[in-house]
Design a binder for this molecule. Structure first.
Ligand SMILES: *Cc1c(COP(=O)(O)O)cnc(C)c1O
Length: 397
């Protein structure tokens, strides 16, 4: 069992702040500062370029990929880190499309994160030749599976509402129609148990700066099912995905397995921060985390609904159909969230009207949830969102 009081002590959380935005940017693991200092001073500073060999920098994308693999039910050696999530979506999608050369349609849902849809639009534009992206409502995905579809590209947990797709059922239904699946785990990895091997997902991608707490700009990960790893073609064929990068061959030959999905030089400082964060994750039982996450979300929903009739729930009430976040719709949601932040409760806002709160059992407990409900109730009861200072939109919401 995981001791969540012990994990909470491993994070730096500013005094007086309740942080319900770890689904967007995880907080600083205390050990990360020291780990980064050592990487900067002892490795970069003293080893200089020899750090690539002596400090094991070159293996970090694979080594840390395996540790994330445990959290998402991936087979050893099937996950590698690098680049940003948008880039990894593109790579996975391109590789998946190539596996069905006789089909032209990518199916996604209208709740998917815009960048995933944009990457698909860019790719089909480049390919031409009748390739297209089709989006349907999240509830309509199962019925839209047909033998015209090459790839089903979905984000398991909706970034706005927290609605969770049934990954096992949709993957099985897609496979029945010969469709290749690409799952985005941005709001799943570190939020709930995922079983990539068990569900027979083909490709998956996700990020490390949200629930996995690797810090702003932490690299993304990509999973390729072992049965595809020797044939999948990485559209972004960089030198570090080459079979022998230091042969400096003029012709590209893909590396063994998932290594071929590497592109260029890995971000070692970010990986060092992730390494420190994974020291915590290595001890976490994902089923215990899930149970606690659902309990915290349920407590929050009950509290807010009892106190704030103007807020309309925008997430599934059933914990089993939800990720680890709760959203409420409110017309003045942006200003109301600014008022919450001024009172020490940090969540975020997603246009057009969603107030979003992430629940992260590693460092959020029942007393935090109770206090968060109090603050929201004050903001709503006293209509603090009317203050003009809270209306002005910042670049990041
Ligand atoms: C957060 C998020 C992204 C962000 O992509 P980056 O390239 O890391 O900026 C993409 N897709 C989904 C589903 C996300 O939740």
């Amino acid at each position: 069992m995981t001791d969540f009081a012990a994990t909470k002590a491993l994070f730096h959380l500013p005094e007086g702040v309740i942080y319900l935005d770890g689904n967007s940017l995880g907080p600083l693991p205390r050990a990360a500062s020291d780990r980064l200092r050592r990487t900067v001073e002892d490795e970069w500073g003293d080893m200089l370029i020899t750090g690539w060999n002596r400090a094991g920098w070159m293996e970090m994308p694979r080594r840390l990929g395996d540790r994330i693999g445990r959290l998402i039910g991936a087979e050893p050696g099937s996950v590698v880190l690098g680049d940003t999530l948008s880039i990894k979506v593109y790579q996975a999608l391109a590789a998946a499309l190539e596996m069905r050369p006789d089909r032209r349609v990518i199916l996604s849902d209208s709740g998917n994160f815009p960048s995933d849809l944009y990457m698909a639009q860019g790719l089909v534009g480049l390919l031409g030749d009748g390739y297209r992206l089709r989006t349907v409502a999240p509830e309509a995905v199962a019925d839209a599976l047909s033998d015209e579809i090459a790839v089903l590209m979905l984000t398991e947990v909706d970034y706005r509402t927290g609605r969770k797709h049934d990954m096992a059922a949709l993957t099985a239904a897609a496979h029945e129609k010969g469709i290749v699946t690409v799952w985005d785990l941005a709001h799943s990895a570190g939020a709930l148990p995922v079983d990539l091997a068990g569900t027979r997902a083909d490709f998956a991608v996700g990020c490390t700066y949200k629930y996995l707490n690797a810090g702003p700009g932490g690299p993304a990960f990509i999973y390729v099912a072992p049965r595809h790893a020797q044939t999948a073609r990485p559209a972004l064929s960089g030198w570090l995905g080459h079979e022998a990068p230091f042969a400096f061959d003029a012709d590209y030959r893909p590396a063994e397995g998932v290594e071929r999905m590497r592109v260029g030089t890995p971000p070692i400082l970010q990986l060092a921060a992730l390494d420190a964060s994974l020291e915590i994750w290595d001890q976490v039982d994902m089923n215990a985390l899930r149970a606690r996450s659902i309990a915290l979300c349920d407590q929050f929903i009950a509290g807010v609904e009892a106190r704030c009739p103007a807020l309309e729930i925008a997430s599934p009430r059933d914990g089993a159909r939800r990720g680890s976040q709760v959203s409420f719709a409110f017309e003045q949601g942006y200003a109301a969230m600014q008022a919450c932040i001024a009172k020490g409760l940090i969540g975020d806002f997603r246009a057009p009207d969603i107030m979003r709160f992430g629940f992260t059992p590693l460092y959020i407990d029942q007393s935090d949830v109770a206090r968060a409900v109090e603050i929201i109730a004050e903001v709503m009861h006293d209509e603090l969102w009317r203050d003009p200072a809270y209306q002005k939109r910042a670049a990041v919401t």
